[in-house]
Design a protein around this ligand. Structure first.
Ligand code: MRU
Length: 357
């Protein structure tokens, strides 16, 4: 695999909400390299499907909706590559399949690739148009769920003062086509001057919370702090949090929800404290074909990510790391799901599929 070209860039002057983690640029895909934030800002140029698969696996691009958008453009990359290399149709489809399978947990990747693939025979402009439509729809969905989610949190907490919100992992513009899911709800609350403080869980082992969420919050001037994941339950039970808002990678038909590892602990603490635990995700993350969380494939990443920190080993040389990238929060621990279609009250027995009808 040839290495993708990297261009160091100044951090754009635009608000982080307007950043585009995934963007088609003439004949290639341009990604913000999320592995080097917050200290460096650079774009990488992705020109073939092997580079794209590698970028998805290494989390250069990450977050369920963002990898969905990248996967959609992956169909275009396979077509261009196939033309360049003289591939058969089967070889193009095999390359698309490798993109489809690059990460298993977030359903958005498969959904977006499968949505674009039928346009293959209509040619590259049709494929690119469908991928661009996915991006536009995701940004619209994020903005809509931000408003629904903020309205719901205000009504549900019954508080008239600014809220103290806990979030886990990164669900902002970097994780989506733009704006953000759970972070979109927080942006909307902030626009209404209703955020007192955001607790951003650090998100071990790859630090999406401290590297990416704190970067987006800092950039927007939203009051925040980063806490170790292990601090979250105590912060919640001490009464320092009004509600938790998280994203999702796959929501099963019964409401069980896969999200970044550590989310389950947050949900358990919220249930014990009796505060709302809100999941914010577009309907593209709802997978009614998956009956329950038991059927969700949880990505098991290299254990070395856990037993190393900042390039140095933290555990004895022979110690293995255990590194599930996600966990499943049972639907019974989720107060509500907000999508672009509104809020589903899980506590009242509303199920995710009713948003897809
Ligand atoms: O491994 P990551 O960084 O891709 O995990 C991301 C998450 O778990 C997010 O919470 C989820 O994808 C929702 S992003 C809007």
């Amino acid at each position: 695999m040839s290495q993708p070209a990297a261009t160091t860039a100044a951090i754009p002057a635009a608000a982080t909400a307007e950043l585009r983690a995934v963007e088609w640029s003439g004949d290639h895909l341009r990604l913000i390299d999320q592995t080097i934030l917050p200290h460096h800002f650079a774009y990488v140029e992705i020109r073939d499907t092997a580079q794209l698969v590698d970028a998805i696996v290494r989390l250069v691009v990450r977050g369920a909706p963002a990898i969905g958008a990248a996967g959609a453009y992956g169909v275009a990359l396979a077509m261009i590559e196939g033309e360049r290399e003289g591939w058969s149709r089967e070889q193009v489809l095999a390359a698309v399949h490798r993109v489809h399978e690059a990460r298993p947990t977030a359903v958005n990747l498969a959904v977006c690739v499968d949505r674009v693939l039928p346009h293959l025979d209509a040619g590259l402009p049709a494929v690119l148009a469908e991928a661009a439509a996915i991006q536009r729809e995701d940004i619209r969905a994020n903005k809509d769920m931000g408003v629904f989610g903020a309205d719901w949190l205000i009504a549900r907490t019954g508080l008239t003062r600014p809220l103290r919100i806990l979030t886990h992992c990164n669900t902002g513009a970097l994780a989506t086509a733009g704006w953000g899911t759970a972070l979109g709800v927080i942006r909307e609350l902030h626009a209404r001057q209703l955020v007192e403080l955001v607790y951003a869980d650090e998100t071990r082992p790859l630090l999406q919370g401290s590297r990416l969420t704190a970067w987006e919050l800092d950039y927007e001037g939203i009051a925040h702090c980063v806490q170790a994941d292990g601090a979250a339950a105590g912060t919640i039970l001490r009464g320092e949090v009004d509600a938790a808002v998280v994203g999702a990678d796959r929501i099963a038909a019964n409401g069980d929800t896969a999200n970044k590892v550590g989310t389950l602990g947050v949900a358990l603490a919220c249930a014990d404290a009796g505060i709302p635990f809100l999941v914010a995700a577009p309907t593209t993350t709802v997978d009614v074909a998956t009956a329950s969380g038991d059927d969700i494939h949880i990505e098991l990443r290299d254990g070395d990510e856990v037993v190393n920190y900042g390039g140095a080993r933290t555990a004895p040389p022979a110690t293995r790391g255990h590194n599930p990238a996600f966990d499943v929060t049972p639907g019974r621990l989720i107060t509500a799901l907000v999508t672009e279609r509104g809020v589903l009250d899980f506590g009242a027995g509303e199920l995710p599929g009713s948003h897809l009808a």
